[in-house]
Design a protein around this ligand. Structure first.
Ligand SMILES: Nc1ncnc2c1ncn2[C@@H]1O[C@H](COP(=O)(O)OP(=O)(O)OP(=O)(O)O)[C@@H](O)[C@H]1O
Ligand SMILES: [Mg+2]
Length: 235
């Protein structure tokens, strides 16, 4: 079976004249459709580097990455950009919303980028539907600065899945939120995973997050040293 995402023997080495950091060391992993996978490990162990390499934001030093069966480093930057725009959605700790755009316009972005007909009515409708799903329809015209942290993160989630990517990558999605808001964001991610069958890879330090995932990858010193499945779902 072809995984939604597969890494084969990837290494990422950051090298300058004076230093050499092996951020990833021979990482191989396969993520299957519908899985909700947590990536855990101490600061500096390579979690963000792994997400960046799996999404082609960063180039691997050695190895191969397949997104929906496409070998992303066999092509050029254009291929990787296309794969990211069409197949992947991103959620970052710091939200990364565009401040001058409204919530709705932020959510429309991935659709605009993928469409031959930007500004069409269907784009607006789809974006509104995604905002509705995260409970923010009434806030569509507000700019990010006028929203709370939790609301901004919900806009980010709507933006991440509005173009129906096969895979959602999240780096500390609850890291900047208080516990209660973080729990709500997590509930929303679990709901999207279950209802829309979106595969998710979530970097987190939070055990409350990893407990809700179906699988946990634990990293140390640039390697995955444990890959385990959560047998009991906490629902
Ligand atoms: N652009 C870069 N240039 C040089 N070294 C880097 C670069 N990015 C990351 N590193 C190094 O690679 C290693 C892994 O970093 P990474 O950001 O992936 O860690 P992390 O697990 O995400 O940590 P955290 O939990 O603090 O976010 C670290 O030693 C870091 O210093
Ligand atoms: Mg990180």
């Amino acid at each position: 079976m072809v995984g939604v995402l597969e890494a084969k023997g990837i290494w990422k080495v950051y090298e300058t004249a004076a230093t050499r950091v092996e951020a990833l060391r021979d990482v191989s992993v396969k993520i299957n459709k519908g899985e909700m996978v947590a990536v855990m490990g101490p600061s500096g162990c390579g979690k963000t580097t792994l997400l960046n390499c799996l999404s082609g934001l960063d180039e691997v030093s050695v190895g191969e990455v397949f997104v929906e069966g496409i070998s992303i480093f066999e092509g050029d930057d254009m291929l990787r950009t296309k794969v990211r725009r069409e197949q992947l959605g991103f959620i970052f700790q710091s939200f990364n919303l565009i401040p001058v755009l409204s919530a709705l316009e932020n959510v429309e972005m991935p659709l605009q980028l993928n469409s031959a007909e930007p500004n069409s009515k269907s784009i607006r409708e789809k974006a509104l539907e995604a905002l509705d799903k995260v409970g923010l329809k009434e806030w569509a015209s507000h700019r990010p600065a006028e929203l709370s942290g939790g609301q901004q993160q919900r806009v980010t989630i709507a933006r991440a899945y509005v173009h129906e990517p096969g895979l959602l990558l999240a780096d500390e999605p609850t890291g900047n939120l208080d516990t209660e808001t973080g729990t709500k964001i997590l509930d929303l991610l679990v709901q999207l995973n279950k209802e829309l069958n979106i595969t998710m890879l979530i970097v987190t330090h939070d055990k409350a997050v990893s407990k809700r995932c179906s699988r946990v990858l634990e990293m140390r010193d640039g390697r995955i040293y444990r890959d385990s499945y959560n047998s009991v779902e906490e629902e």
